[in-house]
Design a protein around this ligand. Structure first.
Ligand code: GFB
Length: 312
């Protein structure tokens, strides 16, 4: 990717897209294209067609998506499947029509079967039933993978698909009803500390295991793959290290300095019991994660205090 290439980041205001912009700018890319939701509705086929015809991006990072935590996924499956299918279809098809040299599609580790062997290898895709709390989202992401592979097969394009594990970092969603666990617990524990509450409530049993990747590491991996990888085979991105939700909550309690108790609301679902990516394929290509969880938690807690508190 030449430093002056026309690089389009779809979803540049989100957790992933904003990290991609930070990384591209840091690496000296000078011709980064983006459009806000008001300027371009990615669900609108004609608007996307016009945008691509006019802007002619050479490289496309498809980071635009309707995303959310376990509860948002279970409550709004129609929104998750519709919006994601529409955005992917529009962007992938019009990248091809406009002759983009390469596209990177961001999937998710929730595309794998609920009971996939751990850590999850790329080969597990479509080998078993999906986790019911997010099957609509997962199916939309699987359709995106198949689109990239189909365009590569039929048209000889170079569209690559990456499957990040659970992500966190600056510009995450801290809304307790729709967020993922990590930002939710940062907010809950911080607020409990400030309010002097005796306890913080964590959903589920606390026994579910997840893997967390700092989003700047993800962006770095995406750039690395855009520059060094051309194949249709999907690529897992993660740390390969899992942690229980209970331990995550305890780590956050330590970082915030909160002294109260952690209690569990078992009426809420755990979702997939364990979800850890096998990252040996990415390792073999020459990339591995750099930010460890405690360092990342400190960074995001300080980002939260500087950027989110004034919103309330
Ligand atoms: O982050 P999370 O919503 O995503 O939940 P998933 C992970 C685990 O944390 C679940 C527990 O076992 C939750 O029950 N948890 C505990 C909480 N307290 C909380 C809380 O306050 N908020 C939230 N959100 N969870 C999502 C998928 O699944 O992962 C998406 O639904 C996507 O499709 C994303 O793939 C990466 O890992 O369960």
């Amino acid at each position: 990717m030449e430093k002056n290439a026309r690089v389009y980041v779809a979803g540049h205001r989100g957790l992933v897209g904003s990290a991609l912009i930070r990384t591209l700018e840091k690496e000296g890319y000078t011709n980064i294209l983006s459009a806000t939701h008001c300027e371009l509705d990615l669900i609108n086929q004609q608007a996307v067609a016009d945008f691509f015809a006019k802007e002619q991006p050479e490289y496309v990072f498809l980071a635009a998506a309707k995303v959310g935590g376990i509860l948002a996924n279970s409550n709004y499956p129609a929104d998750f499947i519709y919006e994601n299918l529409m955005m992917e279809t529009n962007i992938i098809h019009h990248s091809w029509k406009a002759g983009a040299k390469k596209l990177l599609f961001l999937g998710s580790s929730c595309i794998y079967p609920q009971m996939a062997e751990q850590p999850i290898k790329e080969e597990s895709l479509l080998t078993g039933p999906l986790e019911p709390t997010n099957d609509a989202y997962a199916l939309a992401k699987i359709a995106g993978i198949k689109m990239c592979q189909s365009y590569n097969k039929q048209y000889g394009t170079k569209y690559i698909s990456v499957m990040p594990t659970n992500l966190y970092g600056p510009n995450d969603n801290f809304d307790l009803a729709t967020s993922h666990v990590l930002p939710a617990l940062i907010r809950k524990v911080h607020e409990a500390k400030v309010n002097g509450d005796q306890a913080v409530t964590v959903w589920g049993t606390g026994r579910a295991v997840r893997e967390f990747l700092y989003v700047d590491d993800l962006a770095d991996a995406c750039l690395f793959l855009m520059e060094n990888y051309d194949d249709s085979k999907i690529v897992n991105i993660g740390t390969g290290v899992g942690i229980s939700i209970k331990s995550l909550a305890e780590n956050i309690r330590d970082i915030t300095g909160y002294r109260g108790k952690i209690i569990f609301d078992r009426s809420k679902p755990d979702g997939t019991p364990v979800k850890i990516n096998d990252v040996s394929f990415l390792d073999s290509l020459g990339w591995s994660a750099k930010v460890d969880l405690n360092e990342g938690l400190k960074k995001v807690y300080s980002w939260y205090r500087e950027n989110e508190l004034h919103k309330k």
